[in-house]
Design a protein. Sequence first.
Lengths: 114, 115
Amino acid sequence: KAGVTQTPRYLIKTRGQQVTLSCSPISGHRSVSWYQQTPGQGLQFLFEYFSETQRNKGNFPGRFSGRQFSNSRSEMNVSTLELGDSALYLCASSFLGQSTDTQYFGPGTRLTVL
Amino acid sequence: AQSVTQPDIHITVSEGASLELRCNYSYGATPYLFWYVQSPGQGLQLLLKYFSGDTLVQGIKGFEAEFKRSQSSFNLRKPSVHWSDAAEYFCAVGEAVSGYSTLTFGKGTMLLVSP
């Protein structure tokens, strides 16, 4: 079974631009979560989607948004990029998004904002 | 709100020596606890998890962890470290009460293995 895939793997943008990252979960998984990883803040939860609905959201500004499609694939969007948005963005999928489910992480998308 | 503390930012261990990585958590109820490992350029891989029952849990790659409620700890151990274990290790607590799969991570411990 293929793992979680994220595209693109690397991205360079300039301040003020917007960016869309994509995540394809493991086949059969209906929950997708997004995390931001930075050297200073570590791993922080962004949001979680299940059956095309956002169920949980972390403490990030409204510039960060996401969506999930009927095939469980998910995208996250960051508008009006700031230098501080430079990070590794990790996507994780799980079967039902329950607290006892194992989350499987993708390799991440490395976003650099110049 | 829950939190996780990994007091050691870096640890260096000789190959073949034993390893213990510390993790302390703060959570109002019985926590769901996880250890993940991240190799350079990779995502996170689950090593082991604790939900309930036996407080000593076995994971992959020869790792084990012990849940100690009285100390709010969930330390990761390995009896003999291999050079391939060099990576960053993250302890995380899950939201047992809400039922969501959201994880709160510690800042991580970088393991260096010396020959």
